[in-house]
Design a protein around this ligand. Sequence first.
Ligand code: PFF
Length: 452
Amino acid sequence: MSHIPHRSHWNSRWTFMLATAGSAIGLGNIWKLPYMIGVNGGSAFVLVFVISIFLVGIPLMMTEILLGRRAQKNPLDGIQTLAIEAKKSSLWRYLGGMGMLTGLLILGFYSVIGGWVLAYISEAVSGSFSQITAQQSTANFDALLASPFKLLFWHTVFMLMTMSVVAHGVNSGLEKANNILIPALFAILLVLLGYSMSEGDMQTAFQFMFKPDFSKITPVSVLSALGHAFFSLSLGMGAVMVYGSYLQRNVSIARTTIYIALADTLLGLLVGLAIYSLVFANHLAPNAGPGLIFQTLPIAFGHMPGGNIIGVLFFLLVAFAAWTSSISLVEPTIAWIVENTKIKRHAAALILGVAVWLLGVAVALSFNEWKDIKIVFNLNIFETLDKLTSTVLLPLGGLLMAIFAGYFMNKNHVQEELNLNDQAFKLWRIANNYIAPIAIAAVFLYLFGLIK
Ligand code: PFF
């Protein structure tokens, strides 16, 4: 990536799709979506989440890719270039800057959770899930959280994995592994679903997730679901934009986006079904929070035939999925540093790696020693970073990108990038110019108490 001005590009549409799907599919689908569903009242959350993906997520993913491909630069310089091209204020560049910062803040906790997954690979390898009970599994997870040493160790390993790839450039070949590993993740999920169907309580899980119960929809759950649509599709911070900037001109943005969004959403919902079948069959609490998958899945692996191996494979694949996402969280900032300073990719990766690692140390401690340190609204360090990024910064980033592409860029330039037929272009414009901004702004205004 560093051979500026000749930017390298993905080898094919397929590689771009895999890399972007690799960014989208990650802990957001496997770890976060399942527990968010439980915390936010089940089906109500699922419904708003799916609607958000279709009405806001898909159009805005197209927007982000088109911004990146037109600009051919990192998000900060890219938006500035587009603003200048459209003869608008170059202050817009701070939108790119905000996105870059958001990515680093997310990585601060993403890496700690990625560390939990690594810790669970080692648990699975040691055979400790065998015949495990629900109580033992919960106690196991609590023991991990209570150990600052373990959390810091695995967080450090995860950061090293992320930064070593980023140091070489995202075109280093890792995305090719996605070719096998994303389908493998789906396959292993089907095994898990099969098990949940025969041993779990799939019927209750299905009702919990899909039987509409509008009474449970609250303003906070709507914002959380909308925010999670951004998080899950990696939108609102420039990750998709920077990947789009490495995309060749002749690739259809719309089609690629739809495939990625469908795969991402389907995967998350399937994980949710598998988890809740186990939750209900084992009388666990659906609203257990961030530990949910770590408490429930070992029970399945501990009892299914071949569960030892399947458990190891599952956590390995999740770690891989988390890895390809975490890379995209730093790539926008790295691209900016490399394209603007004399600092080399390796050094930039080292500097950012240390900074984010330190943030992660604070996050790891917020699960034990620093549990009682509250930052805002009674939220600890982890919760503050999570809420700030998912429910404020990502939707805000998306809102501003939609406004920029819809109202500040030249319409012909936009159409040139999207290359849609008239009808499809009209649809995209309605979603980008009206539906998405109004939906996001309405949720914000409601929460600030400005509309009732
Ligand atoms: N989409 C990733 C996931 O679902 O795990 C997380 C993520 C990656 C969010 C990159 C934002 C981002 F820019």
